[in-house]
Design a protein around this ligand. Structure first.
Ligand SMILES: Cc1ncc(COP(=O)(O)O)c(C=O)c1O
Length: 392
């Protein structure tokens, strides 16, 4: 993997040290061009009109869906639904699975608000019983505690695959087996895993998988929900209208099957046109290589600073993927982020949408550095030097 070569494809990398990749990644020219092509060559709607421009776009969307299917090793394109983001994908499942009073839903204690708020609202609206598995002290998953929490009332286990807080990844295969032994459903919030390592939905043993294409070089405002084919028949849509409807009378509506059933209204076609370009780019570099590179950068930052700062999560950077979230102790997390920005180092100070975890510990937040394929050892060294000068 030639990082210097990769950097030539990205605007802004020479102007900033961009370490906020867990939020949104930068976009390569290949993706920008694919989006631009939509506006220049076929700025119309897909799948409804039958004119030639619409047909061109429809073929682009079919190939975007096929490219996601293949990335995840899913069985069929009907298992791939395009949404706005991870948040919408999770909400679709939370609202569409017909949860009832007393159904138990289990998450971890480190969920992004996008996989916490939907369940908390369902607790209020429908009376579901929502529980969290406490993490071990180093932030890793407590499989034994989880297994003890499982019982016949559990309907859904919905967990963050790789945490945006500390980078810890769950043992999905083992969790999936326990979930399915109890006839429950298993959903992973894969917002921080699909962009960073090879993912196979069969190996992960999941029923649903949610992620955002804008966190993996793709256009902003494109997300994905993967769902096993038979479950997509059961799942109700979040919004209905044009595109998702097969027929209506004044009394009744007949919906299409998946994926159209879930994609009501005109879509983010420009964004969808960039999906394949983003995936092709990542596969061309190799997701294994990308993961290795991020961990190398994380190791370098950890080795240099671990004795002087508090790093969230396990000591071993190999268990924290590309997430390096820390507190300088003397300085607040927001102030630290602002001081780093004086050297053009862009990070994320605050609670990173995991308010519940920080609030429980009485913490203001952390300063999160998150790496991606275009970040360099030299950028890490500049950050280390800057932080050493802040520490005095
Ligand atoms: C683990 C995790 N889940 C969910 C989300 C929400 O993603 P989106 O804002 O794209 O819906 C994020 C975004 O940072 C995340 O890191």
């Amino acid at each position: 993997m030639d990082v210097e070569d990769i950097r030539k494809d990205f605007p802004l990398v020479d102007e900033y040290i961009y370490f906020d990749n867990a939020c949104l990644t930068l976009k390569p020219y290949q993706v920008i061009d694919a989006v631009d092509e939509y506006y220049h060559k076929f700025p119309v709607c897909a799948g409804r009109s039958s004119h030639s421009l619409s047909n061109l776009l429809t073929r682009k969307i079919i190939s975007a869906r096929e490219s996601v299917r293949s990335l995840l090793n899913a069985e069929d394109p009907s298992e791939i639904v395009f949404t706005k983001n991870t948040t919408e994908s999770i909400n679709l499942v939370a609202r569409g699975m017909g949860f009832e009073k007393g159904d138990v839903v289990i998450s971890t204690d480190k969920e992004h608000n996008s996989n916490l708020a939907p369940w908390l609202l369902l607790k209020g609206d429908k009376g579901i019983d929502y529980r969290q598995v406490p993490s071990l002290p180093d932030g890793t998953f407590d499989l034994e505690a989880f297994e003890e929490m499982m019982n016949k009332d559990v309907k859904m286990v919905s967990m963050v695959h790789t945490s945006n807080l500390d980078g810890v990844t769950l043992p999905s295969k083992e969790i999936g087996k326990i979930v399915h032994d109890h006839d429950a459903y298993f959903m992973l919030d894969a917002a921080q895993s699909v962009p960073h390592r090879p993912i196979d939905v069969n190996e992960l043993n999941v029923d649903f998988l949610a992620f955002s294409v804008h966190k993996m070089l793709g256009p902003t405002g494109v997300g994905v929900l993967y769902g096993r084919r038979e479950l997509m028949e059961e799942l109700g849509p979040l919004v209905v209208g044009g595109g998702s409807v097969k027929d209506t009378s004044y009394e009744e509506v007949t919906l299409h099957s998946s994926p159209n059933k879930f994609e009501g209204g005109l879509q983010n076609y420009a964004g969808l046109c960039g999906v394949k370009a983003a995936i092709d780019y990542l596969l061309d570099i190799g997701l294994d290589e990308i993961e290795k590179h991020e961990i190398e950068l994380n190791k370098r930052a950890t080795e240099a600073l671990k004795d002087r700062i508090t790093i969230l999560g396990p000591e071993d950077p190999g268990l924290r993927s590309g997430i390096f979230n820390f507190n300088l102790n003397e300085l607040g997390c927001h102030e630290t982020a602002l001081l780093l920005e004086e050297n053009k180092i862009l990070t994320r100070g605050g609670m990173q949408c995991v308010h519940s975890w920080y609030n429980k510990r009485g913490l203001e937040g952390g300063t999160r550095v998150s790496f991606y394929l275009y970040n360099t050892v030299e950028e890490v060294d500049i950050m280390v030097d800057t932080m050493e000068s802040l520490l005095g």
